[in-house]
Design a protein around this ligand. Structure first.
Ligand code: GDP
Length: 528
């Protein structure tokens, strides 16, 4: 093993300290792609806006490997975009943008240290944002809020603050406050320094915003009523105790708020500064043994995503690993915690959509893509020297079920391989039922979009046309062998085995049906 692997822990701690790993959570169309582009533009990694997610030419760096994705204009894959800004390394993890429950998105949120909640000023909190926020709350992920599209008519700023507090119970602590209502954006006042920055979009809007600090007198003169209103609102905020508090933010009880318009780069620099200044760097991570693994201990990480056939020219399987501790060096021999086997990392890459670069080293907070890592499964831990195991990734109870089959008997082997592949990647959960037999596995999903991805990929990658037969169940609960026996006597209930972990799942058409069955059988084990 090379000397470098044992790099001084001080070096690793410093590297971890200059990492910010986060994801943007938002409802589709709130501007996540635009914001990604705007952040990257600031960091000057990609040059002009449009290179990352330009709607007109999505063949840039975006993950556009699936035809389906292009047709729908959604991003089904997840990866990480890495760039540096003022000596800080920013890892922006991509979450799928569709309006569906997706297990994939939730898994991405296990790999971040903070989240940016992006709201459309005209829409406020939307359903997908609420669902994603709920995951952040469960994991106590600190959330920074960015009110986007302030260049367009929208809700009143104070009303938006009320909405955040009332609907999700997070105390909003605005760091900047807009001068000018939504649609008449003049600039923002920094609530901590009281400095007003006038903001204008650059001609064409494809470059950094034009910013100019202005004295209160000059701003009052120029913006009259808008200036006065903003200052009155600031006084109201001061009275409601809406000042930023580090501890409350890190405990996920309050959220710093910024205003802007990603499309014109307004307020994006301020967001980056907040990420640098306030968002938490990677820290010691809890392990199953109950102790936390410090960032400056030996290398460890866990797989939070697996993706096959990301790129037709590569045809491979990539396991995305979030580095939790130590220094990763390409070529390092790591141990695969789940099998105890050594695993070589010769093919470590940094991947964002179709862009790939070989990674030579990585530090806590970074994401590495391990190519052809077929032995790795979702949630698996990798480490060197000191054995460690990170908790399994949360598994969500499926709510949609369908029998998948193919009438193409010649393709049955490929069909089976395809199902195994999708199960391993966690695209869908695969269930087996004694009654239905091996030829007709049941797919279970948290959101119906997962079915579409599965059938599309079976056809595109394995050459198998499949039929889906939806089953009339909406609720699954874990049970045991005794439960399976009891449930044989009940109609409209089926017990199936989840292939991934061998769990027995009892499927019910409705929750009330589950409750009535449970009421009749007090000994029946049913866990949601
Ligand atoms: P996503 O679905 O969340 O990734 O949203 P997009 O980034 O694709 O943006 C959805 C639409 O909103 C696009 O037409 C963007 O140009 C537009 N958009 C994004 N940010 C802003 C903004 O700050 N102001 C305005 N007016 N439009 C925006």
């Amino acid at each position: 093993m090379s000397q470098n692997v044992l790099a001084s822990s001080a070096g690793v701690a410093a590297q971890a300290g200059r990492r910010r790993t986060f994801a943007v959570i938002s409802h589709p169309d709130a501007g996540k792609s635009t914001m990604t582009e705007a952040l990257a533009l600031h960091a000057r990694v990609i040059g002009q806006a449009g290179a990352v997610h330009g709607k007109g030419d999505r063949r840039g760096v975006v993950s556009d490997w699936m035809a389906m994705e292009q047709e729908r204009g959604i991003s089904v894959t997840s990866a990480a975009l890495q760039f540096s800004y003022q000596d800080v390394v920013i890892n922006l993890l991509d979450t799928p943008g569709h309006a569906d429950f997706s297990e994939d998105t939730y898994r991405v949120l296990t790999a971040v240290d903070s989240a940016v909640m992006l709201l459309d000023a005209a829409k406020g909190l939307e359903p997908q944002t609420l669902k994603l926020f709920e995951v952040c709350r469960q994991r106590s992920i600190p959330v920074i809020t960015f009110i986007n599209k302030w260049d367009r008519p929208g809700h009143d700023a104070l009303a938006l603050m009320d909405e955040i507090e009332e609907r999700i119970g997070l105390k909003p602590t605005p760091l900047t406050w807009p001068v000018g209502i939504a649609g008449h954006f003049r600039g923002v006042i920094d609530r901590r320094t009281e400095v007003f920055t006038r903001m204008q979009r650059s001609p064409g809007g494809a470059d950094l915003a034009i910013e100019e600090e202005m004295s209160p007198e000059a701003a009052a003169e120029l913006y009259g009523a808008d200036w006065e209103t903003a200052n009155e609102e600031l006084q109201l905020l001061a009275m409601t105790g809406a000042d930023f508090d580090d501890k409350e933010f890190l405990a996920a009880r309050s959220t710093p708020v910024l205003f802007g318009a990603a499309v014109a780069n307004l307020g994006v620099r301020q967001l980056l500064n907040v990420l640098l200044e306030l968002a938490p760097p990677p820290s010691a991570r809890p392990t199953v043994s109950g102790t936390d693994k410090p960032v400056d201990s030996a290398f460890s990480g866990f797989v939070f995503k697996i993706q096959a056939n990301m790129n037709r020219t590569h045809r491979d399987q990539v396991a995305f690993v979030r580095v939790c501790s130590g220094r990763f060096e390409r070529g390092m021999l790591v141990t695969h915690g789940d099998t105890g086997r050594p695993f070589t990392t010769k093919y470590a890459q940094q991947i964002f959509g179709q862009g790939r670069d070989t990674i030579d080293e990585a530090f806590p907070g970074d994401v590495i893509g391990l190519v052809n890592a077929t032995a790795l499964g979702i949630g698996d831990t990798l480490y060197v020297s000191e054995p460690v195991k990170y908790p399994a990734l949360p598994s969500f109870p499926p709510e949609h079920f369908a029998v998948v089959s193919t009438s193409d008997t010649a393709a049955f082997k490929r069909f089976r391989r395809g199902i195994e592949q999708l199960d391993g990647e966690g695209v869908v959960q695969v269930l087996r039922s004694d009654q239905r037999g091996d030829q007709s596995p049941v797919l279970a999903a948290v959101g119906p979009m997962q079915f579409e991805v599965a059938t599309h990929r079976l056809e595109a990658e394995f050459g198998v046309k499949t039929q889906l037969n939806h089953l009339p169940y909406e609720v699954a609960a874990r049970t045991d062998e005794a439960g399976r026996e009891i449930l044989r006597t009940e109609s409209n209930v089926e017990v199936m085995t989840r292939v991934r972990d061998g769990a027995l799942l009892a499927l019910f058409p409705h929750r009330w049906r589950m409750r009535s069955v449970a009421g009749r059988h007090p000994d029946l084990r049913l866990d949601d």
